[in-house]
Design a protein around this ligand. Structure first.
Ligand code: PFF
Length: 450
């Protein structure tokens, strides 16, 4: 990243900008959240809804966030305000910041589990030779005081990366690590092929049973699409404010969506054959991946090495995502509240830490404290992914579709006419009608009004 003449940083290369954007999108959402959501919501039915949301709603919204971010070179508040939406900025801004802090809280807990699993693999302490051992070990590792420590360690690492500026290190690291993670996933997929439950797993994931598409499945799949693409909370808007003029926004959005869904599908192809091979319930919820993966590693020659490497990469992939979600509140505190970057980072980290500890305790001492029947962990996840992100996306699509001038959008998509973008009309149609209508109808449906 280098300095731009407006004083804001700009990504050095086109590849760096794409890799960092993909780095934000690819993370625990693909490898941990997608399989467990698909498992709870019936596999194939969820998958098909998820892919429709990614490409019909996600890609247009991603383009809209990119246009607003790069066109205004501003944080989420500033972007809405500069485009004439001062009032709306007071709704979209706080919603985005709230969502980012909620996500950062529970995400850090899961990222903390990856640290625990990585170290336990390294020291040979992981024993996943049978089902009871696997589940017992997960409970052991995620209750008590250890997850609290790892949550703190994770947030401190995130903090250190963030205060050192907008982040050469992360940009460089993403360039190397994301392809490496991808290769590792492909290797594990090949291994899945040899598992006894391969066929059943693949059938579960890819054969849609349309009768299973309920309002819960639709809401879950929409939430997952938003979460996975880091959409609806101004994250991609903030990142795009660091893009140079050279970045082609439509292409960047399509590349991000394709790679992001590819990683989620690879994760599904790795997890579900193992789920059926080892007789684990696909509906296990947030613990699914952590219970299943070590069985896979145990079967592999040199399993501990694979396991250590995998959890290390997953930890780093989580960091590239948390750095991006932290940027939302940090740029807001810096640019709107005139705080120094260091103070802004301390404030965001402190809030996430308080939330993170509540979420970590949800698996231990506070497991029976529930609000609306959900632990803090589940509540933060549900509220952010299924409510705040789609609501943010709803506002963004209406705003970019109806309020922002068509010329502004088209100038951003074509770099002021330097290259073609043949789909501006379809794109505006999606923003004006398709995205808001779909989000609205799914909301109505999920609260039983439709
Ligand atoms: N997209 C990330 C993932 O799939 O792990 C999670 C995420 C990152 C959500 C950044 C929101 C965000 F602003």
């Amino acid at each position: 990243m280098s300095s731009h003449n407006s004083g804001r940083a700009v990504f050095n290369t086109k590849f760096g900008a794409i890799a960092t954007t993909v780095g934000s999108a690819v993370g625990l959402g693909n490898i941990w959240r997608f399989p467990y959501e698909a498992g709870i919501h019936g596999g194939g039915a969820f998958m098909i809804c998820y892919l429709c949301f990614v490409f019909l709603i996600g890609v247009p919204l991603l383009c809209a966030e990119f246009c607003m971010g790069r066109g205004t070179r501003s944080n989420i508040f500033g972007a809405y305000r500069s485009l004439g939406g001062k009032r709306i900025s007071h709704i979209a801004g706080p919603l985005g910041i709230l969502a980012s802090l909620l996500i950062l809280s529970f995400y850090s807990v899961v990222a903390g589990w990856t640290v625990e699993y990585c170290l336990s693999s390294l020291t040979g302490a992981l024993d996943f030779s049978n089902r009871e051992a696997g589940h017992g070990q997960f409970v052991n590792l995620t209750t008590g005081w250890r997850p609290l420590i790892w949550t703190v360690v994770f947030l401190l690492t995130n903090f250190l990366i963030l205060v050192s500026g907008v982040t050469k290190g992360i940009e460089r690291a993403s360039n190397v690590l994301m392809p490496l993670l991808f290769l590792l996933l492909v290797a594990f997929c090949v291994n899945s092929f040899f598992l006894p439950g391969f066929e059943e797993g693949i059938r579960f994931l890819f054969t849609p049973d349309f009768s299973k598409i309920t309002s819960g499945v639709l809401l879950g799949a929409m939430g997952q699409a938003f979460f996975s693409l880091s959409l609806g909370l101004g994250c991609m808007m903030t990142y795009a404010s660091y893009f140079s003029e050279k970045n082609r926004l439509g292409k960047t959005a399509a590349t991000t969506a394709i790679l992001d869904s590819a990683v989620a599908i690879l994760a599904g192809v790795i997890i579900f054959p193992a789920v059926f091979s080892f007789n684990i319930s696909p509906e296990a919820g947030p613990t699914l991946v952590f219970e299943v993966l070590p069985y896979i590693f145990n079967r592999l020659p040199g399993g501990m090495v694979w396991s250590t490497l995998f959890f290390l990469l997953l930890f780093l992939a989580s960091l590239t995502s948390t750095v991006s979600m932290s940027e939302i509140s940090i740029t807001y505190f810096c640019e709107e509240k005139r705080m120094s970057r260091k103070r802004a980072t301390i404030l965001s980290t402190a809030i996430a830490l308080a939330g993170g500890l509540l979420c970590a305790l949800s698996f231990g001492a506070m497991s029976d404290v529930t609000i609306f029947g959900m632990t803090f962990f589940n509540l933060f996840d549900y509220l952010s992914s299924n409510i705040c992100l789609p609501a943010g996306g709803f506002i963004c699509s209406l705003f970019a579709g109806w309020w922002v001038s068509r010329k502004f959008i088209s100038d951003q998509l074509t770099d002021h006419g330097r290259y073609g973008f043949g789909m501006t009309g379809a794109f505006i149609f999606c923003l004006r009608w398709l995205c808001p209508a779909a989000i609205f109808l799914i909301f109505l449906n999920s609260i039983g009004l439709l």
